[in-house]
Design a protein around this ligand. Structure first.
Ligand SMILES: Cc1cc2nc3c(=O)[nH]c(=O)nc-3n(C[C@H](O)[C@H](O)[C@H](O)COP(=O)(O)OP(=O)(O)OC[C@H]3O[C@@H](n4cnc5c(N)ncnc54)[C@H](O)[C@@H]3O)c2cc1C
Length: 414
């Protein structure tokens, strides 16, 4: 825990979230994993009653007017309950509401944000389609302009809250001829005629979030439900990727933490060859590595939060967020791996929660943009930044600092 990174109000929020987390009955965690609960409405209602949802938003809309550092702290703590709790905590309040708060109008905030933050309604985010998730701009769901309303047709896949949500933020193509960056719009779609939840997936982990395939068939959506402008979906998508990936990073740390805790306790007590296994370096070094990775991951999350809070340059933020999502998710998967390894066979059973955490965290590098997509963004932004910096000449050029630097004949590029 980096207490010194938090101010008094942020620490207070974290402690409130910790109290909430402690209040959740163990049976709810087990029932979610067993999919006896398909979507945790009671959990979200209680979080809302405690005013924990959407703490970044203005008080006027039900938030607390706090910043990203505060939000990440809350999300991390929720993650300690299990990945799916943080996921459902975030998908409506942190993702869908973020789009409406930034791009929507007051009527939309009144109708869709306020009641969600009060726990009266629930929302889901619909980007991924059966034909592919990484290629967002290949969206084939269409929204046809019919004067005072649009008609949406298409399908979305793996939608958390597909079962359970009352409304959906749906991206659909509004101009099939245009470049996709200029031909997609974001809509608020109420669950109603033509919206059907078709299939609940048998997931490896992160169960109980109602992840399903949604079919939209001739769904009538009033014009006032466009978020932002018609054909302005890319603008909404761009800002949504901040909570999507930064939130994922924060919750992943929370989800991995208990694995390290359990493994630390176990290896202190478990004996082999007449001594606690923690006294073998082969064991304690794996615990040390996990602790180091968690601290490094958290440092990265909070540095990136600061960058977002201080409106750092958009391109730089895009790179930092992608790096954070990738580094944190891979580090936390390693934390869960080490935790299981040092516990031996019992770590692989459901006598301890490490196996559930391990299953849950496998998802971390796949969703909210795969880690390959993160690498693509990082590489893209890094090269641009490199050449811009070189042109600006702000720092010493390291290239001539080699003994044979003037061997121009050896510097062959083509
Ligand atoms: C449990 C769960 C919950 C989810 N929740 C939601 C949700 O609530 N809302 C939502 O919209 N989506 C959700 N998703 C979808 C998730 O974000 C996508 O699965 C993810 O973005 C990958 O898309 P895909 O599955 O179509 O894989 P594909 O895009 O088909 O990718 C397949 C493989 O190809 C790689 N690949 C693709 N393009 C490139 C490239 N250009 N360069 C290098 N490698 C590439 C990918 O990294 C991956 O390894 C969820 C998924 C799961 C499993």
């Amino acid at each position: 825990m980096f207490n010194y990174l938090l101010d008094e109000t942020q620490r207070q929020l974290r402690d409130e979230v910790r109290d909430f987390v402690k209040s959740i009955p163990r049976q709810m965690i087990l029932d979610m994993d067993a999919e006896k609960i398909t979507f945790p409405k009671e959990f979200l209602q209680e979080a809302a009653r405690r005013n924990l949802l959407g703490c970044r938003y203005p008080v006027q809309w039900g938030g607390r007017g706090m910043d990203w550092v505060a939000a990440a702290t809350a999300i991390e703590e929720i993650g300690t309950l299990g990945y799916v709790f943080a996921c459902t905590f975030g998908v409506g309040a942190e993702l869908v509401c973020d789009a409406i708060i930034i791009h929507g109008n007051d009527a939309q905030k009144e109708k869709y944000v306020k009641p969600l933050l009060c726990g009266e309604i629930f929302a889901a985010e619909c980007l991924t389609e059966p034909r592919g998730g990484s290629d967002f701009f290949g969206t084939t769901t269409t929204a046809e302009d019919r004067g005072d309303h649009f008609v949406i047709n298409g399908q979305k896949r793996f939608i958390v809250g597909g079962e359970g949500a009352d409304y959906f933020l749906v991206y659909a193509r509004t101009d099939p001829e245009a470049d996709p960056h200029k031909g997609i719009s974001a809509f608020i779609v109420d669950r109603g005629p033509g919206v059907e939840s078709k299939y609940l997936y048998g997931l490896m982990g992160c169960r109980g979030g109602g992840a399903s395939r949604l079919v939209f068939k001739d769904v009538r959506v009033p014009k006032e439900n466009v978020v932002g402008s018609v054909n302005g979906g890319f603008e909404v998508f761009k800002t949504m990727m901040i909570p999507e990936r930064l939130g994922t990073a924060a919750m992943t740390i929370g989800a991995a933490r208990p694995a390290l805790d359990v493994a630390t306790g176990y290896t202190t007590r478990r004996k082999a060859f007449g001594q606690p296994v923690a006294q073998f370096q082969g064991v304690s070094f794996q615990v040390a590595e996990a602790a180091m990775l968690l601290d490094a991951a958290r440092a990265m999350v909070y540095v990136t939060c600061r960058a977002v809070d201080q409106n750092e340059d958009g391109r730089r933020v895009r790179r930092m967020i992608s790096e954070t999502k990738k580094f944190v998710t891979e580090s936390c998967q390693k934390v869960a791996h080490n935790a299981m390894q040092v516990m031996g066979g019992i770590g692989y059973t459901n006598v301890f929660p490490v196996e559930r955490i391990f299953r849950d965290l496998r998802l971390a590098s796949i969703w909210t943009g795969t880690n390959e997509v993160m690498s693509m963004i990082i590489a893209n932004e890094w090269y641009k930044e490199y050449w811009a910096n070189k042109q600006a000449g702000l720092t010493r050029d390291p290239e001539p600092d080699a003994a044979e630097a003037d061997a121009e004949d050896e510097k062959i590029y083509e």
